[in-house]
Each structure stands twice: as structure tokens, then as C-alpha cells.
Design a protein around this ligand. Sequence first.
Ligand code: FUL
Length: 516
Amino acid sequence: MKRFYFLVCILLLGLTVEAQNHAPKPKPADLPKPYGPVPTAAQVAWQRMEMNMFCHFGPNTFTGLEWGEGTEAEDIFNPTALDCDQWVSVAKKAGFQGIILTAKHHDGFCLWPNPMSTHTVRESAWRNGQGDVLKELSEACSRGGVKFGIYISPWDRNAPTYGTDAYNKVFLKTLRNVHTNYGPIFEQWFDGANGEGPNGKKQVYDWKKFNAQTKKLQPNAVIFSDVGPGCRWVGNEEGTCGRTCWSRLDVEGREPGKNAPSQDTLNVGNYNGACWIPAETDVSIRPGWFWRESEHPKSVQELLKIYYNSVGRNSLLLLNVPPDNRGLIPAEDSLRLMEFRAALDSIFAHDLVDEAAEGKGYFGIYVSNVRKSNHRHCLCWDNIPAYMNGHENNCNSFRYSPFHLIGDNHYDNYWATDDTVTTAWVELIFNEPQTFNRVMLQEYIPLGQRVEKFHVEVEDENGSWRTIAEETTIGYKRIVLTETVTTKKVRIVIDKSRACIVLNRVGLFLDNIYKE
Ligand code: FUL
């Protein structure tokens, strides 16, 4: 027994030392101050999901319409083999962290027995009116460890009260019903489309109440709309976020739909936007949002382009994969997703920076400045994990060392510069020449978004430096596409930052699959 306690103590001691090594406690005064608006913890968690799956499913799946009329007979909805565990399994294998379902699209049909409507699964012959897609999907998600989100269209072409004040109350109760019966949701998706209801009228929505009630009942749900408040539409349905993309937006006096910022503004954000409202890129794997027998999924090339133009540009990707009229993700879509996943895995499996740091031979990271360190140029890694040897390494500020730029562990550890330093470089020096064409950079967004101009240089055999990319924003994640280069020295130059620089990742990759 004594021996057992001894072992436990050693283990605990080891864990403590390990934890301290990875996250040395900074003095509070040393910490970089947040700059501008910053994300909530829920927004950071949401952004780190990177890729989620959208499922458009409902009467349109059976009629071939994109926007149902609201007059379709409930019996139209009749999936013969609904299996939400299959959706979850496909989503997981493809690398999606969450699934968002169209619980109610513009036709007003509810995929759950909404007490506020008579146009629901309950009125259909499907499973004798006993079916509930929301319940099945939320349970499948929690079984599979995938997060569950809800799309509900405020526009309703079926609700008799639509276009009157009474509809806002109906909609609030509808939301309450969903938000209290189906477990935690990670995202509430409010569509900005606002057309006419059955009586030809448009609705004046009570967005304040919709958002307030959602926040109260689902405090961790990130609310999507044209103007947030949790995340914003990227301004198009083609899967393209702006090459410059600020996670900041001005929304004062604005509303989804009729008074939203322009699509161009949504695409790039506002440089001085007062609120943290990051972009979400929603796009369908097929031409339409709903399944149609005649349509087919996009190619791996198209999907990779979408990935680079969304996740690679500081946006989350919400890829729509519509279930078919059996209630299953069709084989060709799931196959395509597996090919897409395999392509991403093969591209991003080898981070040349991480591998050089782990491998044999020399590897160095020099930076022009390290916060709270008197070393101007700092060699932080020459393949001796110095901190493991009990040294602090020769940056005398391990807490902000460029060591933290390597690999994707320890999200909360970062390289930072002194407060006054808003221009800086990171130089990577390899033992052997490295061949790459993708540069991945990440800002530590819990402290805001700072970088507004940067470029990448490589050294050629003659020792002269050449610029291979010039870009603007970084944000949560930036993947820069460059020509394929082979070099022993790479320099990332931050030309302009709005406050001291705070980065937690630099990666180099070789993509042999995507052809621009
Ligand atoms: C749009 C809708 O009108 C489409 O049908 C689809 O749901 C898309 C995601 O949002 O506003």
C-alpha cells in the first residue's frame, strides 16, 4: 500500500512539474492587455470547432423546392429510413465538430411536434405522427460526442399570424419549446430571409426579445445572424470569406435581413467594429441547400478551395450536407466527405516546423522581440528541449517564447512582443531544405485581433531573401497559399499590428493535392 501511495505521489509530482513547464505562471502585470473587443469563452470554443455540418431537411427534400410554399401537405414529409446516427457518424469521420439542423425552414414545417404550430411532424403520417427529428438528432449527437445546433427560420410561409404582432409571441414560444427540450445547443442560426407570409404581409421581428430569450435559455449558444450577436453571415453562399477578415463588426441600429451591413462589409468585417462578431461561411456541398436526386456533391478540389477560403481566412466553415428522402446522407456525399477529409489529413499531417523541432538535427526559431526579455534575437530551440533540462532556454522569458509557436498543443500559450513592439519577425532555420506551399498562422484571439499586415520571405541558395506572400489579417487562423518553395530559412514578418503581437502558431505544410 505504501508503495502504491509513493507511486501516486511521484505521479502527481510529475504531472505538476509537467503542467508548470507547459504553462509557467506569468506575473499578471506582464500579460498583454486585450486589444479592442474580444470574444466570449463560448465564441472562442465555437471558433475552435473550425468545421461544422449543416443539414437542410424537410418538405423540400420531397418536393425538390428550395423555398417551400408553406401549403405542402404534412404527409409529404416521409423519410423511409431516417437514421440520425448515420448523419453523426458521417459528420465525425469528416471532422465536423457540430451539426446544425433546419428545425423549421421558410415553409414553416416543424421537424418536431411544436405545440405552437399545426404544420409539424405530428400532423404527418410519418411514424404515425409520433416522430421527432430534433429529438433523434440531439440524442444521436450526444451519443456521438458531436455538438448540436438549431436553424429556425423566422420567416414562416405557413403561420397564420405571420405579419402581425402575435407572430413574435408565437416565434418566442416556438424558440422556448426548442431551447428547453433538446439539451444544450452550441449555435442558434437565425436566417435573415424575410419574405411574405400567407396573408401577403412581411413581419417586423422583435430581435431584441428573440436574442434575449435565447441567451437566457441557452447561455452558451452562439447566435448567428447577419449581425450576430454571436457570429455573422459571411455575405455570400459561395464559401468565400474576405482575404482581409476582421472578426469585428458594427451593428448599432442594424438588424438581420432588411437593415444588415452590406454583403461586402459582412465579408471583411469592420476594421474598427465595436463588437466581436466573427464570420461564419455557410455553403452547400451540392448546388441546392436541399437534397435533389438530380444534383451531386462538389469535387474535392472545390471543397479544398472552400476550406482555404473559409477556415484558412479566419472564418468557421458551415458545410451543408443535405440528407436525402430516405433520411440518410447519400453515399456519394459521404464518400466525397471522406475524400475531402483524407486530403486535409494528408496536407496537414506534416507540419514541417513541428517535425523539425521534434526531429534530429538543428532547428532554430529567432524572433526580433520577446516580451519581457532582454534578448533581442533569440534562439529558442536547437533541438534540446531546454525547459526539460531544467533550463529556461536562452530567451529569459519562457512564458512568451516563440517556442509556443510550434505545433498545436497548448492553445493558451503564445509568443508575445513587448507592448511597444508592433512590427516584428519570426525566422525559422532548418537543418535541411524544406519544401512547402502553405503557411499557417494563428493569433491568440482571446486577447483580440491585432495583425493588419504581414508578409512571408524565404532565403534562396545565394543568401538573398525573396517575398513569397503579402497579406493583411490573421485572426484565429490564417492559411496562406504560396508557390512551392524549397529553402532552409523562412521569415514571417509582421509589418503592422494594432497592439503588441500575440501569436500561438506558425506551421508550414506541403499541399500536393489542391491546384489553384
Ligand atoms: C438562406 C435561405 O433562404 C436558404 O434557403 C438557406 O436556408 C440558407 C442557409 O439561408 O437565407
